[in-house]
Design a protein around this ligand. Structure first.
Ligand SMILES: [Zn+2]
Length: 444
């Protein structure tokens, strides 16, 4: 009896020591099956604990009892012991295949041990490495986690889980993300809105979707063979949904009934009163800039992209492109707009001139080329700009027939710098910026 009590108190003190490690909080990381002392590692200590338990020599701490059912058949018996030994021994020297995701205090990381890469989700930074595995150790040829190049390693192939405890104390619980190597543009995370009116949230391994009335459905997911496998709570039903990456901001899902749902990334940030949708600065009728926003002229990227475009138009087609109007300040736009309202009335003015704060020219990213009027339409210069501007990071911002969407009449002369390759994606989609981002352009 005394022995049992002592044993339990030892476990408690071990747990306290573990929780003082400055890393991902131990409580936040799930423990894997067979980790009977809760130290994040499955090894011979756990085998001995299970062995003694089966012989009636000790009790496993109640919090960890469920972890003793290693084979998951609902009973704790000698089969669990066999399974646990297998989990520890069969992976000696074997490098796991596929891409593994870790969600921790230091952000989300994607490991591919075979290919030798770890991708940081936030920055896209990729570190290449070679590694070797020996029973409970994984060693890297360089520091992968801060200053650590060595971790204690446990792998449960059945549950597709790997635990890493780095030399600096940081812990990571990895889940199989995809059986294939994955690159930065093919990660599935973030919030998406769909053309069926749903909002999806993906967080590496867990996700949910919300329908318009606020009901929410949670699922776990993994990616395999161009499909996303969504496992819903309750009945544990797994749905296999075809997944296509359309471009950097769009996915399409093909459901079991054959219907296709289009998803658009939705990341809205407001910094100093400026709205960025998926990182793109937006100024339209819905989204205004603060009156104080002044980039001091065209941004340097916009100016140099225009210079290159202008030089190429001249050398390849003998055409001359010049800036007719670039950056316009809030107060200048105010004068311009008020004059139009005075002369033509507000309703008419709103179809071709932006209210102050709503003009894309205030961003320093928009340029009117040569002649900001219908006289530019159908000129060789207009045709060349329409066909080629995407190669230089520009998009034709107010295309023909899209007034209801962009809020402005066709402007053959107005281009907006978004950078390459996004300009190519938008050009290839055939959509306006509003459609591409699923936003509107309406004064409210
Ligand atoms: Zn313009």
């Amino acid at each position: 009896m005394n022995k049992k009590l002592c044993f339990v108190s030892c476990l408690v003190s071990t747990a306290l020591i573990c929780s003082s490690i400055p890393s991902a909080p131990a409580s936040a990381l799930p423990l894997m099956q067979g980790d009977l002392n809760g130290d994040f590692i499955i090894n011979n200590t756990d085998v001995a604990l299970l062995q003694d338990y089966l012989l009636g020599k000790n009790n496993i701490k109640s919090a960890y009892t469920a972890l003793a059912d290693v084979d998951g058949n609902g009973q704790i018996d000698s089969f669990d012991l066999t399974q646990l030994k297998n989990d520890i021994n069969t992976h000696a020297g074997k490098i796991p295949g596929g891409t593994w995701i870790a969600v921790g205090d230091k952000g989300v990381r994607y490991y591919n041990f075979e290919k030798g890469s770890v991708i940081e989700e936030n920055t896209g930074k990729t570190t290449s490495f070679t590694c070797s595995v020996k029973s409970n150790d994984i060693r890297f040829n360089k520091a992968v986690q801060s200053n650590s190049s060595h971790a204690v390693y446990s792998w449960r192939e059945k549950d597709e889980v790997i635990n890493l405890t780095w030399d600096d104390g940081y812990r990571e619980a990895l889940h199989l993300y995809s059986k294939e190597p994955i690159n930065y543009s093919k990660l599935l995370s973030g919030t998406y809105i769909s053309n069926k009116g749903l909002t999806y949230e993906f967080c590496g391994v867990n996700g949910c979707y919300k329908i318009k009335d606020g009901r929410r459905y949670d699922f776990e997911y993994s990616l395999k063979d161009n499909s996303i496998y969504m496992k819903f709570g309750g009945d544990g039903y797994v749905r296999k949904v075809g997944l296509t990456y359309v471009d950097s901001m769009h996915l399409s899902l093909k459901w079991e009934d054959g219907s296709v749902e289009r998803l658009t990334l939705r990341k809205v940030e407001v910094k100093n009163g400026i709205t960025y949708i998926n990182g793109i600065l937006i100024a339209n009728k819905t989204y205004a800039l603060p009156s104080t926003y002044n980039p001091g002229g065209l941004t340097s990227e916009t100016q140099s992209a225009f210079n290159k475009m202008s030089a190429d138009a001249y050398s390849s087609a003998g055409l001359s492109l010049r800036v007719c109007s670039g950056y316009r300040s809030y107060s200048y736009q105010s004068t311009l707009y008020n004059n139009y309202v005075r002369d033509r009335g507000q309703a008419a003015a709103d179809t071709f001139s932006a209210r102050p704060g709503h003009s894309e020219h205030q961003t320093g990213l928009a340029i009117d080329i040569n002649n900001a009027s219908g006289y530019f339409d159908n000129t060789p210069e207009a045709k060349w700009v329409e066909d080629n501007c995407w190669k230089y990071g520009f998009i034709l911002r107010y295309p023909k027939g899209k007034q209801d969407i962009t809020g402005y009449k066709y402007e053959s002369w107005h281009v907006r710098y978004v950078g390459y390759p996004l300009s190519k994606e938008i050009h290839d989609s055939g959509l306006t910026l509003e459609e591409f981002l699923c936003i509107d352009s309406v004064y409210k």
